[in-house]
Design a protein. Structure first.
Length: 255
């Protein structure tokens, strides 16, 4: 996925009428396939008496997942046009459902495509579109002496600490914009002890995990910093992290 994307922050609803057939569009922000499926189910229950509830969505943090359903309409006349409205507007992490109440007149392929397209556009027009930057979790393992200093740095940079684990050392997971991760890592490298460990978690994208590992290695090539090659890529199987680490090791051997 790109370093920034457009999405909606509030639900929206819009309606389009073609030859007495009503097309009611709904849009909502979702961040997973499960949330999208739940939203689709919710609309289907609301309009249980409708002929069709067609849908499309685009979700995912690093690996973009796009799905659509014609829900009984002729293939390519409903779900795909809705998805094309989503992608045409550069939207991500959204789901649109368009409910159709049949008006008694067949609309034909062109009429269906136009109607589902217009209903999708209407519900987008009813909400607010915003641009969001992509965030990647940055892991930092430090000693207790540097813990306070680390919190101060993150506070200065406006970085949210998602999770803190206390053990022999302290492990923080912070939310950092992808564009800022190298700059933040350099700040930590300059201002904290050398026994700090830096790492990250790239959810579904082994290519991103590999690229970030390489950036970290090259950035700290002349330091004594330890690097956590944490590529626990959810949804890609347990071997994905090892595969990324092996890629990095191969890269270093070729240097």
């Amino acid at each position: 996925m790109d370093k920034e994307y457009k999405t909606v922050i509030e639900p929206g609803t819009g309606e389009y009428v073609e030859k007495k057939s009503r097309f009611i569009g709904y849009i909502r922000h979702v961040e997973s396939e499960e949330e999208a499926d739940s939203f689709i189910t919710e609309i289907k229950k609301k309009h249980y008496d409708a002929r069709h509830n067609c849908s499309a969505y685009s979700v995912g943090e690093d690996k973009v997942i796009q799905r659509f359903s014609d829900d009984g309409e002729p293939g390519g006349t409903a779900g795909k046009p809705i998805l094309e409205v989503i992608t045409g507007n550069g939207l991500h992490n959204v789901c649109i459902v368009v409910t159709r109440y049949f008006g008694g007149t067949l609309l034909g392929t062109g009429g269906l495509v136009r109607s589902y397209t217009e209903a999708a556009k209407e519900c987008i027009a009813d909400t607010v579109v915003v641009t969001k930057k992509c965030i990647i979790p940055l892991k930092v393992c430090t000693n207790y002496n540097d813990f306070g200093k680390l919190q101060y740095i993150f506070g200065q940079e406006g970085i949210n600490i998602r999770d803190t684990d206390y053990g022999e050392n302290v492990m923080l997971t912070a939310e950092v914009y992808v564009d800022d991760i190298e700059r933040i890592a350099r700040i930590l490298d300059d201002r904290l002890d050398k026994d700090i460990e830096l790492g990250f978690h790239a959810h579904n994208n082994q290519q991103l995990a590999f690229a970030l590992c390489i950036r970290f290695v090259e950035m700290m090539d002349h330091s004594d910093r330890n690097i956590i090659l944490d590529a626990t890529l959810s949804g890609m199987g347990r071997g994905a992290g090892n595969a990324t680490t092996e890629l990095v090791a191969s890269y270093l051997d070729r240097k």
